[in-house]
Design a protein around this ligand. Structure first.
Ligand code: UDP
Length: 487
């Protein structure tokens, strides 16, 4: 287990985006929460410091909480590969997928418990009774009863889920239930994700947020977007005088120096070529192969109005770069095989991109530039707890085309702030929607502007800080009520 540094950041820049009144309200609430906490620490425990939505969100939210005077810390669990294989199996199960189809029985529980106990030994030295501990996702569920027994105030935050019960969902919750049966408060991205056995009064709904000032989402002038993409070899164009620059998370100037590793034929697309872009981990539920095949239909002209010169970029982290995602290399290999099998005319318009992960800021700057440059952003997931990439693209005023699954159905109002693919397995529908948005720039602008406004109102860090304030008050009230009960 290791700690991740959390720096403090002020909410002041949000005044321009959401108004001084809202920022003052959040600041006032944080002051009363700090008083309720009385010097206690708010710990966050998850299982990776980089890559994926949870790490992304923690990084941004915690620094604002710290800037507001809340004593927050972030620790990352460590474990052997078998632990992450089991937790990936659980992750898939809660999305109602078989994953690798392996058992979730007593042997797996024993392996899971062993890693949980080893991490708890370290956590015990850090957490004091009365501290708040927010445990994220199935990897940390085993810690919940151990931390409760030590007198910590525990919240289990689950970022994944599926609205319907199915055999895999039941198997996943069956495995986790012994650890979570007595969790004081759980938080889900959608109400429908909570398991049936968890009483309604013990969970809350917390949609995720993005940080508009992070490297991933900060404003980037068009020259910098182009230069970042040229330097990382994602587009071909002359460099401008601005260079591949961005502002690092610590406020210092940054430059993109690394190249992406790209599977493609020929050279990068020219700057003016419209790009269809999906950014996601190499995970089967992101349906890269489905995106490839939908794009193939578009290029072959199956869809009316197919634009002539469009390229597809499927971008994800370097396959070895995400600690808690053991399926990355095999999924990447499958996508590569599907790419190879494409007809020539399609294949040369497709770029499979691995973004270097050595420097998290540089990786984020590349994602930012790609999202800003995209003609349309796709998120054709088969399952999605909540798609951070969708919100990131909406913030950049991009038209987004995403599957009507999971949290995406809350994020996008079809035809208003994005377009929904109603059946994510229907490649013809996806191709037709791609053709529609690519051939109607006015539609793209209308969707993009509405998307930006939606994110500004509901999905920025300030909105999450307000929701966390509600939750911490609830936790405090529940504890006060419990201690006021006669024995
Ligand atoms: N991401 C990234 N670098 C990459 C690929 C993805 O930073 O090379 C980020 C992406 O921008 C988003 C997160 O990883 O912030 C993925 O979150 P999402 O909710 O879309 O999916 P998850 O990975 O949590 O299933």
């Amino acid at each position: 287990m290791f700690q991740v540094d959390v720096s403090a950041r002020t909410l002041a820049p949000f005044v321009e985006l959401v108004g001084g009144e809202r920022v003052a309200r959040v600041t006032g609430r944080a002051a009363s929460i700090a008083k309720l906490l009385g010097g206690r620490v708010v710990w966050n425990v998850n299982s990776t410091a980089v890559g994926g939505g949870v790490a992304e969100m923690l990084r941004s939210l915690l620094r604002y909480a710290r800037g507001l005077g809340i004593e927050v810390r972030w620790v990352v669990m460590e474990g052997e590969p078998d632990f992450f294989r089991i937790t990936k199996r659980l992750h898939n199960a809660l999305h109602d997928e078989a994953g690798d189809g392996s058992a979730l029985g007593p042997d797996e529980a024993a392996a899971y418990d062993r890693v949980t106990r080893a991490n708890m030994t370290e956590l015990e030295r850090l957490v004091r009774p009365g501290d708040v501990v927010i445990c994220h996702d199935p990897q940390t569920a085993g810690l919940v009863p151990l931390l409760v027994a030590k007198g910590a105030r525990v919240v289990w935050r689950c970022h994944i889920g599926h609205e319907d019960r199915g055999v895999h969902v039941d198997a996943g919750w069956g495995f986790l239930r012994p650890y979570l049966a007595d969790v004081p408060v759980a938080a889900f991205s959608r109400g429908a994700y909570a398991p049936a056995w968890l009483p309604r009064k013990r969970f809350v709904v917390l949609p995720p947020n993005i940080d508009p000032f992070s490297v991933k989402n900060q404003l980037m002038p068009e020259e910098a977007v182009r230069d970042v993409l040229v330097r990382s070899e994602l587009v071909s164009a002359p460099m401008s005088e601005v260079g591949p620059v961005f502002v690092r998370e610590d406020g210092t100037p940054g430059r993109v120096e690394r190249r992406a590793r790209v599977v493609r034929e020929g050279t990068p697309p020219l700057w003016h070529v419209p790009l269809v872009v999906q950014v996601s981990r190499w995970d089967r539920m992101k349906d890269h192969v489905g995106v490839l095949e939908s794009f193939a239909r578009l290029v072959r002209g199956d869809a009316a109005d197919a634009p002539l010169d469009t390229h597809l970029v499927l971008a994800g982290p370097s396959v070895s770069g995400v600690a808690d995602d053991p399926e990355g290399p095999s999924v990447h290999a499958e996508v590569k095989a599907a790419w190879r099998a494409l007809p020539d005319a399609v294949r040369r318009r497709v770029h499979l991109v691995e973004l270097p992960m050595d420097d998290a800021d540089e990786n984020a700057a590349m994602v930012n530039a790609l999202q800003r440059h995209a003609a349309v952003i796709v998120q054709k997931s088969l399952r999605e707890g909540f798609g951070l990439t969708v919100t990131e693209a909406m913030w950049k005023r991009r038209p987004v085309l995403a599957s009507a699954v999971g949290g995406i159905q809350d994020q996008i109002r079809d035809g208003v702030d994005g377009l929904l693919v109603h059946d994510p397995t229907d490649r013809a529908e996806t191709a037709a929607l791609l053709a529609r948005v690519l051939s109607d720039p006015e539609l793209g602008v209308r969707l993009g502007d509405a998307a930006y406004e939606r994110v500004r109102a509901d999905y920025l860090s300030v909105a999450s800080l307000e929701r966390w304030a509600d939750l911490l008050e609830l936790l405090h009230d529940a504890r006060s009520a419990a201690s006021a009960q006669p024995a």
